[in-house]
Design a protein around this ligand. Sequence first.
Ligand SMILES: [Zn+2]
Length: 142
Amino acid sequence: VAEGIAQTWVATARGRHLAGRRKTGTVPELALRKALYAMGLRYRVGCRVAPGFRPDVLFTRARVAIFVDGCFWHGCPDHGRKVFQGPNQRLWEAKLLRNRRNDAKADANARDMGFAVVRVWECEIRRSPEVVARRIEPLVRK
Ligand SMILES: [Zn+2]
């Protein structure tokens, strides 16, 4: 282990705003819900369908599960960080890798249960919640 690379988290000024993860009701998530609602679609939020499978937005009857992925936490190709520096470098790398594995596992579980899974990047919603909602609509109105 290189010197200065911590095995336990070290508080850094920059890390403060990154505390916690996968909060429900984030700004992009609310924007997407609003756009879906405006299209006349009705959904459930915060449902724990199975262990490790709690979609952000759930269409029960259509069996469609929507996950809104934060660009940082889930490694968006445009906004995900590829290189970490500082004392927590290894821990960040491990954590983000773990997040990706958990995402893949959740998708597999959901599909096994007959759910279609849609993952949406936070930044896609920031660009246009309506465009994202229109992509989801045909899956729900079958
Ligand atoms: Zn992004």
